[in-house]
Ligand binder design. Structure first.
Ligand code: ADP
Length: 639
């Protein structure tokens, strides 16, 4: 009977892994080797950065051994090691917030869950798929005592004192029936080559080499130890030596992803600064892309020595989906993680990396637009997954906003699929001054908004911005600038202002108000409505944008939109001052015209109120007093 119980989440996870990951069970070895490699990275870092560890003589390596008869398989490293407390915290609880998030997403569908597991990298516990019992002997660097952690993966775990010659960790698996196939030289080599070939430390396999007599019986047996991975930091090798498959394999290990990457960008910079970067774009957005505590995807190395994989500042947040490695020749090895951010060298590498990524994205977009089929497919996947974070960049990264404004995509009234601002501009009529857009609701609501009627009639394209984030970032974009090759071969730039159609002021291009006489005739009606609505509206105006609908609402150019204000209030911003809409009415509409010849105050109040409420409803705004709306509507219907 075990003395200590797993955290309940661990039990859940164990059950799940064993049931849904089964067909993929060889990944346990990748997980254990990754852990060993991380432990070596950590100690290597300390031995260069921390006085207290400098005396440790350290030849980092990972050793795999097996015994078919005893049914065991062990993975040992001479890395940082764990003491009793580490063992309890790391192997008795779910240490990673990502794993916890994963548990929250669990469904009853085993197949889906196993895909999720691929994305999360479940780590150590996956070894229970192939073992009845696991024994971890570990000694932490700089400490004398070693401990043995053991568990059957069901009843909790035990920790007792043990002996180990030097720092490091040995994970011994007591293999179950299904695990026996892994006590075999060929399958171990095969798995390591497939998943862990580019682990930066040597992985050795110890096995017996038998000689056989002519009857096929073992004559003699010799123990041999071979390195079975290639062991080179892949990003340091010349591009010409590497195949797509090498890049993909490294990515899977680095990015904890079971899928191939969408594409990669491998750059070696020489000159004032010397560094190598290898960046990957995943096919699917990382599961935690919208969590505040997302795990950063880029690792920092200095001269091949791992420094950190937990620094969110290595990439701007809007590029948090990028996976990869930055390896610098010019940073001091003992640079402290805290002051990394102020380091000029790193800042320069970062800036250059961001520029490089954005340029590559643009190249992909351009070759997709030029009709390259493969590029098109990649670009569609890319923008489908990462349009949103790139839009965040529009307000986070002012320095790159021109590049970003060429990457983000929108829906449009003039074309199917994605539209870029450049597409919009190329379709613009010669005399058109502004880029028009509409925000504040889902696609369907926006497309059927009465605000679009006049633009449609005049064949002016309007961008449909139905993504929540559009409302926040687009108003800050203000204008779109583009360099263009001028007639004389020099490039010139042109700038277009963006205008929301649901704002006052966006209607200046829609033409003059109808004839003066008609306007004069409708004036008293506007006055009546204004009086009836009182302070529910900021203003009542005769509209230039309406064709078929009787009314619409717009926001003052300086106000946030009504939908935005409502969203902010729902998010807890209670001190938002109330934003009042401007009501625009269609003078030619019979409902509006019907107010000309009546002085019946109840009827005027009913019609005015219904004109306002229906305009709000169409824009997806919730009515404050729905009962009042229904009552007035019924009175009008009854005549
Ligand atoms: P992950 O590696 O994703 O964090 P694991 O479940 O594989 O999750 O491991 C949990 C933790 O246990 C690790 O984060 C690490 O702190 C510790 N650990 C696992 N294996 C080793 C090892 N060989 N040496 C030192 N620490 C280890």
């Amino acid at each position: 009977m075990a003395q200590r119980q797993f955290q309940t989440e661990v039990n859940q996870l164990l059950n799940l892994i064993i049931h849904s990951l089964y067909s993929n069970r060889e990944i346990f070895l990748r997980e254990l080797v990754s852990n060993a490699s991380d432990a070596l990275d950590k100690l290597k870092y300390l031995t260069v950065a921390d006085e207290a560890y400098k005396s440790i003589s350290f030849n980092p390596r990972i050793d795999i051994t097996f015994d078919k008869d005893a049914k065991t398989l062990s993975i040992a490293d001479n890395g940082i090691g764990m003491n009793e407390q580490d063992l309890t915290e790391s192997l008795g609880t779910i240490a990673r917030s990502g794993t916890r998030a994963f548990l929250e997403k669990l469904s009853a569908d085993a197949k889906k869950d196993s895909n999720l597991i691929g994305q999360f990298g479940v780590g150590f516990y996956s070894a229970f798929m192939v073992a009845d019992k696991i024994e971890v002997t570990s000694r932490k660097a700089g400490e004398e005592k070693a401990c043995l952690w053991s568990s059957d993966g069901k009843d909790g775990y035990d920790i007792e004192e043990a002996a180990r010659d030097s720092q490091g960790t040995t994970v011994l698996l007591r293999l179950n029936e299904e695990g026996l196939e892994f006590a075999n030289r060929w399958s171990i080599e095969d798995i390591i080559k497939r998943y862990s070939n580019h682990v930066a430390f040597p992985i050795y396999l110890t096995y017996d080499e038998n000689e056989y007599d002519d009857k096929g019986k073992v004559k003699s047996s010799k123990q041999k130890t071979d390195q079975i991975n290639s062991g080179a930091a892949l990003w340091r090798r010349p591009k010409s030596e590497l195949k797509d498959a090498d890049y993909a394999e490294f990515y899977k290990q680095l990015g904890h992803d079971s899928d191939d990457p969408l594409f990669y960008i491998h750059t070696k910079a020489e000159g004032t600064l010397e560094y190598t970067t290898l960046f990957y774009i995943p096919k699917k957005a990382p599961f935690d892309m919208y969590n505040v505590d997302y795990k950063p995807g880029v690792k920092l190395y200095v001269k091949r020595v791992f420094i950190t994989d937990d620094d969110k500042e290595l990439m701007p947040t809007y590029l948090r989906f990028v996976r990869g490695v930055i390896d610098s020749e010019d940073l001091p090895l003992n640079v402290s993680r805290e002051i990394l951010q102020q380091n000029k060298v790193l800042v320069n590498i970062k800036n250059a990396s961001v520029k490089k990524l954005l340029t590559e994205f643009k190249t992909l977009a351009d070759s997709a637009a030029a009709g390259n089929g493969e590029a098109k497919e990649k670009w569609e996947t890319f923008i489908g997954q990462f349009n949103r974070p790139l839009k965040e960049g529009l307000y986070q990264d002012w320095g790159n906003r021109e590049a970003l404004s060429d990457l983000v995509r929108f829906k449009s009234t003039a074309a199917e699929g994605w539209t870029s601002l450049a597409d919009y501009v190329s379709r613009m009529k010669a005399e058109q001054k502004y880029i028009y857009y509409i925000t504040g609701g889902d696609e369907k609501t926006l497309r059927s908004s009465p605000l679009l009627e006049a633009y449609r009639a005049k064949e002016i394209e309007v961008l449909i911005m139905d993504d929540e984030i559009d409302d926040i970032v687009i108003p800050s974009l203000l204008n779109y600038r583009r360099e263009q090759g001028g007639a004389d071969g020099k490039s010139e730039s042109q700038t277009w202002e963006l205008k929301a159609v649901n704002r006052s002021g966006a209607d200046e291009e829609l033409g003059e108000k109808k004839d003066r006489a008609a306007e004069k005739e409708i004036r008293p009606v506007i006055e009546k409505i204004k009086k009836a609505l009182g302070d529910r509206v900021k203003e009542v105006k005769l509209s230039r944008r309406l064709h078929d609908s009787p009314s619409c609402i717009v926001a003052d150019e300086k106000d946030p939109s009504i939908q935005m204000a409502q969203m902010l209030r729902a998010m807890g911003q209670t001190d938002m001052p109330e934003v009042k809409p401007i009501l625009e009415v269609n003078g030619g509409h019979p409902i509006v015209a019907s107010l000309k010849n009546t002085e019946d105050e109840i009827r005027i109040a009913d019609v005015s109120s219904v004109l306002l409420d229906q305009a709000l409803l169409v824009e997806g705004v919730k009515l404050k007093d729905p009962a009042d709306f229904v009552q007035r509507l019924n009175r009008l219907l009854a005549g």
